[in-house]
Design a protein around this ligand. Structure first.
Ligand code: HEM
Length: 207
């Protein structure tokens, strides 16, 4: 019995018969089997499918790691460092973690943007005009959210985190008020990035 399918990432042309599909999809026909009669995730050339899958996994993995990193910074690293009491010890503890977290955060944001952009190219090719009539409508809002994530993440890493690492490295005299203020800003920025990430992830999953 024929099933009614929605256009999706894996099967962008469900209404058309297999033979009318674009040549890059038709070429995936498995000789002798009835697989081509049913829209199926593996009805596309395997290498292309693998590429989509790897990009998708990397994209979602980068989003999850970035979220974990920000939550860890806000709810574990900063509170623990502040509990040390002494300004010099707080700065040293924060700097030792930020030395790793700062570049990691920038790298993860880069992976998010690059894997997202690569997926867009494939989607344009697959969806054709439908890309503009359905997908791109929501995608503009998603890109707006992603832009805010990248801006806030860069501010967290380069604007606050790197300043603390640099002051520690240069051995500047630790002023309690200043270090407290930087730690509070660091936590606020990490929470903001985490919230923006959650909004972007929720939006991506719902559209
Ligand atoms: C920076 C924060 C970002 C986050 C947190 C994020 C999150 C996500 C998530 C969770 C998905 C999976 C959705 C699903 O499986 O249904 C996804 C898919 C996707 N994202 Fe992102 N993303 C971000 C940035 C970007 C950027 C900058 C681009 C493009 C330049 C992009 C393009 C895409 C595309 C094309 C998909 C696949 C949509 C589909 O296959 O239907 N993303 N994103």
């Amino acid at each position: 019995m024929p099933t009614r399918e929605r256009a999706c990432r894996w099967n962008p042309h469900p209404a058309q018969g297999f033979e009318q599909r674009p040549p890059q999809l038709a070429s995936a026909r498995v000789g002798g089997s009835a697989r081509h009669l049913h829209p199926h995730p593996f009805s596309r050339p395997r290498l292309q499918l693998l590429k989509i899958l790897v990009l998708h996994i990397l994209h979602v993995l980068a989003a999850s790691l970035t979220l974990g990193l920000c939550l860890g910074l806000a709810f574990v690293v900063v509170p623990r460092s502040r509990r040390l009491g002494d300004a010099a010890a707080t700065r040293a503890a924060l700097a030792s973690v930020l030395k790793v977290i700062d570049p990691a955060l920038i790298a993860l944001l880069g992976v998010l943007v690059m894997t997202g952009a690569y997926q867009v190219t494939g989607l344009k090719q697959d969806l054709g005009f439908e890309y503009f009539t359905s997908f791109a409508q929501h995608f503009a809002s998603k890109l707006g959210l992603a832009f805010l994530v990248v801006m806030a993440g860069t501010w967290l890493s380069m604007g606050i985190g790197h300043r603390l690492v640099r002051e520690e490295g240069y051995g500047e005299p630790p002023e309690a008020a200043r270090i407290n203020s930087l730690a509070a800003r660091l936590r606020g920025a990490a929470i903001s990035v985490a919230l923006l990430l959650l909004a972007t992830i929720t939006f991506s999953l719902r559209h």
